[in-house]
Design a protein around this ligand. Structure first.
Ligand code: PEP
Ligand code: CO
Length: 451
């Protein structure tokens, strides 16, 4: 494979280009040692899995499946626990069931998990109590505590990220293959604190219907008990490919096809700040065989999309490229249609997904960074409306959520207000929907999908 400059692609090609958002690692030797160690570790995911996900995303592009991608804004070392992973999986399975049932479409489930540890920042420094400090760039780079020592990038963290990702993935594989994701357990995914809420009750009613349908199928002679379709799910991992040294170290050649795959996750995306078509991040992703995605904010132009598609998906293969729009509720009506029309008229094969979170962040009077569920739902409604009007496929949603009862986003049936945010504001970066808000969103999206 060659790049647009004619130079052959290699996992280190990005080093020849300007790369934004890379930390100032203080000790080059320590960084080299960490990257060498990573390069010697086994892959986290396998090329064949990435190809299966590409096939599933091709079905999404054709309107034959729906993409649900979600998880933390930033995973952390401190919040790492089996219960946390299980509860995140539970809420994603609940949402997927709601969407599958409503849309009568398979749902492709992708976590922002097992590798989502690095954050792009608008500023390299911040002033805390009169001291200028490097900004927190995610647990992959430095610690959130506001001290010079904690904020100094430490490359040994990259190795810790790898091991936490491996343990997370191991548990996810066990949960999704070992009976936890069994459709006959559909009731068990409703956590106790959710079950008593309006969304939880609505979910329980739907779960009753599913259980009845399974008994009906069994009675008709379908071997529900022994057919693996009913007892396991595919669950894929994803994160922003931000720290290119880490991604390079985990990029391996597939022994079957000879192609390169970034084996740190099934799907990788470039963020709004690093999506330049001639930049290091996009050039890196151009050479790996994984399905890839790019975030598109309100300043994205049709030319940007053309250039991205030319570099990331030159053969125009459905399932390879997902475009995740994050315009903001106030701007999506103006900024989304020109992009959608252009892609349609050019015949570019993409999955359109909506991230209704990142364009709707603001600082509340209390000082907390937050989002209002009503803005999130408004952007989703605009997304579905635009695709309906243009005759294109609204392929999926991309959300920041957690399985816990946090108070980070405003609104929802619980009516979380600014004064409530301090109760359980635990995110390391952006505010996440809690379990009930996430379920509420799933029911709303299900109606939009049906509508
Ligand atoms: C994110 O997904 O956490 C993020 C930083 O998004 P964006 O690149 O769209 O701002
Ligand atoms: Co975020």
């Amino acid at each position: 494979m060659t790049t647009t400059t004619g130079q052959p692609w290699s996992p280190s090609i990005w080093q020849t280009l300007p790369a934004g958002q890379q930390p100032d690692w203080p000790e080059p030797h320590a960084l080299e040692a960490a990257l060498r160690e990573l390069a010697s570790q086994p892959p986290l995911v396998f090329a064949g899995e990435c190809r299966t996900l590409r096939q599933q995303l091709a079905r999404v592009a054709a309107g034959e499946a729906f993409l649900l991608q979600g998880g933390d804004c930033a995973e952390t070392f401190a919040a790492f626990s089996a219960d946390g992973i299980r509860d995140k999986l539970k809420v994603l399975l609940q949402m997927a069931v709601v969407l599958t049932y409503a849309a009568q479409l398979p749902v492709v489930k992708v976590g922002r998990i097992a590798g989502q540890f690095a954050k792009p920042r608008s500023a390299a420094t911040e002033t805390v109590g009169g001291t200028v400090l490097p900004t927190y760039r995610g647990d992959a780079v430095n610690a959130v505590e506001p001290s010079e020592r904690a904020r100094t990038p430490d490359p040994r963290r990259l190795v810790r990220v790898y091991h936490q990702a491996a343990a997370t993935l191991n548990l996810l594989r066990a949960f999704t293959r070992g009976g936890f994701a069994d459709l006959e357990k559909v009731h068990d995914w409703n956590q106790e604190f959710v079950a008593s809420s309006p969304q939880g009750r609505r979910y329980a009613a739907l779960a009753d219907e599913i259980s009845r349908a399974l008994r009906f199928l069994q009675a008709c002679g379908v071997d529900v008990r022994n057919d693996p379709t009913f007892h396991t799910v595919d669950f894929w991992t994803s994160h922003e490919a931000l720290l290119l040294g880490y991604e390079e170290a985990l990029t391996r050649r597939d022994s079957l096809t000879g192609d390169w795959y970034d084996c740190s996750a099934h799907l990788l995306w470039v963020g709004e700040r690093t999506r330049q078509h001639d930049g290091a991040h996009v050039r890196f992703l151009s050479g790996v065989g994984n399905p890839v995605a790019a975030k598109l904010g309100p300043t994205a132009t049709p030319d940007d999309v053309d250039a991205l598609a030319a570099v990331l998906n030159p053969d125009n293969e459905p399932g390879r490229l997902t475009l995740i729009t994050r315009m903001g509720a106030g701007s999506a009506e103006d900024t989304l249609p020109p992009l959608v029309r252009h892609v349609r008229d050019r015949g570019l094969a993409v999955v359109w997904s909506c991230d209704p979170m990142h364009g709707n962040t603001f600082v509340a009077d209390s000082g907390y960074k937050t989002r209002h569920l009503s803005d999130v739902l408004t952007e989703l409604r605009v997304f579905f409306g635009v695709h309906a009007a243009e005759g294109t496929v609204p392929g999926g949603v991309h959300v920041e959520l957690t399985g816990e009862d946090v108070t980070e986003c405003l609104g929802g049936a619980q009516g979380i207000a600014d004064l409530d945010l301090h109760y359980r504001y635990e995110t390391a970066c952006d505010p996440r929907l809690n379990n009930k808000q996430a379920l509420e969103l799933a029911f709303q999206v299900a109606e939009m999908l049906r509508g």
